[in-house]
Design a protein around this ligand. Structure first.
Ligand code: PLP
Length: 378
């Protein structure tokens, strides 16, 4: 029978241990692998850079969930993005969003400042802007993030793929905020899909990891795999094993986080101190219709609010919640709150009155009560 994605994830593809019958695969921390009397490798593995058995098992589960030809794991999400950018020709034209994860944008500017790439940006709310930003025969990579940090602009992946491909470029998607339990970017036309596995895929705020999965095992993928070994930006075996354990509960975690975020968004929409609630699951969100099409199993746990009281109110709110911990990062089982602008720095376009919320799996009523009490104290 053809197993559904929920089953594949929960069972982590049933990669059991044949030697002992253990239902969970063992962790393989070995850095090196034996050769026989003919100097031939005993198994498939050689050395743990770029990959050992545990990393391969974890990547296999992710590849299956993304409907990918192959996937590789990296030491962080940023290392995964670097690996994609490292496949580009020197001076390649890259098109990205004005609004995106600020660390990735910094990396793009860093490479552009060294002359390694040239950059154009488009407003993620405006697909006509993307069409104008790409140049046929010149643009090599269109890089999108959806929903995009921190106002959760939704980009139409299928449309972005058409635009990229018509220009002869590839489409890469940072799908960190729309994991494969809700969006399969490759099925929608992307060529590469990337995750900060630090977030939803692992889901417990205890592993730093990145991943890239590919639609086809083509020449670019070969380059990326070569770069993986050369850069050495590989994760540890234990981290890979933890990420694979995280993937087993991805569907239920994401479902609960989506439910919680929707309830929180609805409750905050009613509040006098709040000027905007930015959540793709709300009808009022500009990207709602596209999100409803391409996020088939929930809109996720991430939302932002803007406060009428400005930066002062944002600072105070984040300092006075009790259930929401004031910390950076997203996608974990515990809820986090953050005044975003000071984290992103002065060059960031994020408004200073914006507070980012990552809803975990706690009781929705506790999350709402916590925010209501903190808002009362402003
Ligand atoms: C966190 C994050 C990254 C960077 O990932 P790290 O694992 O922290 O290196 C990239 N993109 C998005 C959307 C993120 O949220």
């Amino acid at each position: 029978m053809t197993k559904r994605p929920e089953t594949l994830a929960a069972q982590a593809l049933h990669q059991t241990d044949h030697e002992t019958g253990a239902v969970i695969p063992p962790i393989h921390p070995a850095t090196t692998y034996m050769r026989d009397e003919n100097n031939a490798l005993v198994g498939d593995m050689d050395y743990r850079r770029p990959k050992g058995p545990t990393e391969v098992q974890a990547a296999r589960v992710l590849a299956r969930l993304e409907n990918a030809a192959d996937a590789r794991l990296f030491s962080s999400g940023l290392a995964a993005i670097s690996a994609v950018l490292d496949t580009l020709e020197i001076g390649a034209h890259v098109v990205a969003q004005t609004e995106m994860y600020y660390g990735a944008k910094k990396l793009l500017h860093h490479l552009a400042a060294k002359g390694l790439i040239s950059l154009s940006f488009f407003d993620p709310h405006d697909m006509a802007g993307l069409e104008k930003a790409v140049h046929k025969g010149r643009t090599e990579l269109v890089w999108i993030e959806t929903p995009a940090n921190p106002s959760w602009a939704v980009v139409d992946i299928a449309r972005a793929a058409e635009i990229a491909h018509a220009a002869g470029a590839i489409l890469g998607v940072d799908s960190t905020c729309a994991p494969p339990c809700t969006t399969r970017a490759l099925d929608l036309g992307a060529d590469l899909v990337m995750h900060s596995a630090t977030k939803y895929l692992n889901g417990h705020s205890d592993v730093l990891m990145g991943a890239v999965a590919t639609k086809t095992s083509d020449e670019r993928w070969e380059k990326l795999c070569t770069g993986h070994g050369l850069s050495g930006a590989v994760p540890g075996a234990f981290d890979s094993w933890l990420m694979m354990r995280g993937l087993r509960t991805l569907f239920v975690r994401f479902e609960r986080q989506s439910e919680n975020a929707l309830k929180v968004a609805q409750a905050l929409s009613q509040h006098d101190a709040v000027s905007h609630v930015l959540y793709p699951g709300l009808n009022s969100h500009p990207g709602h219709a596209i999100a409803a099409r391409q996020m088939t199993n929930g809109f996720g746990g991430l939302l932002s609010i803007r406060l009428k009281g400005g930066a002062d109110a944002a600072r105070k709110l984040c300092a006075s919640t009790e259930v929401f911990l004031q910390a950076t990062s997203i996608g974990g089982v515990e809820s986090l709150i953050e005044h975003r602008k000071p984290i992103e720095g002065p060059s960031s376009p994020t408004p200073d009155d914006l507070v980012r919320l990552s809803c975990g799996i706690e009781a929705a009523d506790d999350l709402i009560e916590d925010l209501m009490l903190a808002l009362k104290r402003l």
